[in-house]
Design a protein around this ligand. Structure first.
Ligand code: BDR
Ligand code: CA
Length: 311
């Protein structure tokens, strides 16, 4: 099984992915680390604790970034995820407390304790990963792989014409994380926009997940309204679960290797820029950055079904 740390800003699609991380027999969830993004960081931590408790698990939850490294925070998208991050449904109280360590410290400690073994999966703005790199640059050699839901290679953006939300929310952190030289796979909108969790999927999920199922189904309804109104689709994109789908079912994805940067200012702020390996671009700052892997294609139906079946 894969030992993972899951860095998240829950968030409706984050909650779905957390449920997979908590329950999938091939995943060993060592901890949840939280960041602002879809909600403020305190709400993210609350939701992470709640989901873990409802799954009957006592997983460490370490709180992280409350704001971007350099820029001012964008307001949380309450029209997409609800003000409470879970579609504004009523939530039961939380009994547990967060780990006393910061998310960055938790990441450094966990990677250092098991060098070469732990995969870091990040599905929110990546400030915690950048902060962990600052605390201990040698984690680039200790992590097994970094898997990031974020960015967009050919698909265009979802918060600006060119930027995906997780990159846009902290482009300065993303720039450091994408060029840090660790084994990295980007799971971006090119594949997450091909996956749709339908109402029929959700009916099955609700039936199979007890208390947790009620939260997943209730928050799904709110999130789906957004997709219907703004994107005209019947269902929602399970962005964050796609990162776990890539980890466990890579054969459902096509990928390419190359150099990846993110624009940190101007009209392109938050845009991921991918230079495929071996394309013979003139010597640029792109070709001097380390090689990473990006997802370009997916069997969207198979991944959507895999997510629903897993949940
Ligand atoms: C990403 O942005 C967030 O709103 C979602 O949770 C996902 O991580 C998609 O762009
Ligand atoms: Ca997210």
């Amino acid at each position: 099984s894969h030992p993972i740390i899951f860095d998240t800003d829950p968030g409706v699609d984050d909650a779905q992915a957390i449920a997979i991380a908590l329950r999938h027999p091939e995943l060993d969830l060592l901890g949840l680390t939280t960041t602002y993004g879809n909600v403020d960081v305190e709400t993210a931590t609350h939701n992470a604790l709640l989901l873990s408790e409802l799954a009957g698990k006592d997983i460490p939850v370490a709180q992280g970034a409350a704001a971007p490294m350099v820029k001012t925070r964008h307001p949380p998208p309450a029209h997409i995820h609800g003000a409470n991050g879970l579609g504004d449904i009523d939530l039961p109280p939380v009994a547990g407390k967060a780990d006393p360590r910061s998310a960055a410290q938790f990441i450094v400690d966990t990677l250092s304790a098991r060098p070469g073994e732990v995969t870091l999966v990040a599905v929110g703005p990546v400030g915690n990963l950048a902060a962990a790199l600052q605390l201990d640059p040698t984690i680039t050699e200790k992590v097994k792989r970094v898997v990031i839901m974020g960015g967009s290679i050919r698909e265009g953006g979802n918060v600006t014409p060119v930027a995906e939300a997780n990159m846009f929310n902290d482009p300065d952190a993303a720039s450091r994380v994408l060029t840090a030289g660790w084994p990295l796979t980007l799971v971006g909108l090119d594949v997450t926009h091909r996956c749709v969790l339908t109402g029929e999927h959700m009916t099955r999920i609700e039936a199979g997940q007890g208390e947790l199922g009620k939260i997943l189904a209730g928050s799904y309804g709110f999130y789906r309204d957004f997709y219907r109104e703004f994107l005209g689709i019947d269902g929602c994109c399970p962005h964050d679960s796609c990162a776990l789908a890539w980890l466990l079912r890579p054969e459902l994805f096509t990928t390419a290797h190359g150099h990846l940067t993110v624009a940190t200012s101007g009209d392109a702020e938050g845009q991921t820029i991918f230079a495929p390996q071996g394309r013979g671009f003139i010597e640029t700052r792109w070709s001097r950055t380390p090689l990473v892997e990006v997802c370009l294609g997916v069997d969207g139906q198979a991944v959507s079904d895999w997510i629903a079946d897993t949940l």
